[in-house]
Design a binder for this molecule. Sequence first.
Ligand code: NAP
Length: 274
Amino acid sequence: MIYKTLGNTGETIPSIGLGTWAIGGEESPDYSRDQELIKLIAAAIDMGYTHIDTAEYYGAGHTEELVGKALESFDRSKLFITSKVWPTNLSRERLRRSLKGSLKRLGTDYLDLFLIHWPNENVSLSETLEEMSAAVDSGYVRFIGVSNFDLALLKEAVASSREPIVCNQVLYNVEDIAPRRSLLPYCQEQGITLVAYSPVRRKNLTRIAKSVLESIAENHQCSIFQVMLAWLVAQKNVIAIPKSGKIDHLKQNLASTEIRLSKSEIAQLDNLSR
Ligand code: NAP
């Protein structure tokens, strides 16, 4: 595993974490596969995933419950848990309640990282960030960050937050390259971690991307999804949080950090969506 520094904190974070969207439901809870999914998350932790990304929104809280159940048999201090507050809960009072709910469902006293899931222009960003900073003061949260913030909003968050903004979690993969224009360079300059979500694009690839990825995958005797992840984690300040419901895919994704792409392979991938 390759570790990266989280923001400017000095804390390290694995370059591959575990995504949990659609584990235990999407917008509403799905209780039909609980035991299987708790085992899946526990198996992922056993094989070396220590960063788990979740959110109060996922499965309307049920995903956090499943993660919480899976965590029970592990040493909490060795894990790094991220959760996110939904944009309708960004006012001071609602955020406090929302964080309490996430901690309860996760069965933990603290989050390692607490993110604003999406911005909400109807709530003052500084009010939200002040409440998140207060949660750090109280020990309920170790670090704070944002998700789906464009460059202007990220700069506003950085300028108005008492606690450092350690990351911005955004859509980023070989085909969705918008962050490369100005967001990623800014994060790299400022020492902010860019957490790439949907890093294997939920397997929806154009024919051209697929064929370039296949030829590179052949050079390394690996899968195209591993190439996609290797490309991301080779970039300064970037980590990725792929999601999989299959043990062999989870293993593959972890092992992608061992793949060393050549300069010309990286250039081919950099140019895929230009
Ligand atoms: P993703 O990780 O790009 O794609 C997940 C899909 O890819 C699954 O269907 C999985 O299928 C497949 N997959 C993963 N690894 C594979 C492999 N090695 N070989 C073959 N198929 C593979 O998409 P995502 O779930 O949207 O994003 C990842 C995580 O980011 C989420 O789970 C969530 O935690 C986070 N996220 C955050 C936001 C936000 O707004 N902040 C938005 C979206 C996602 P199998 O189950 O068959 O392996």
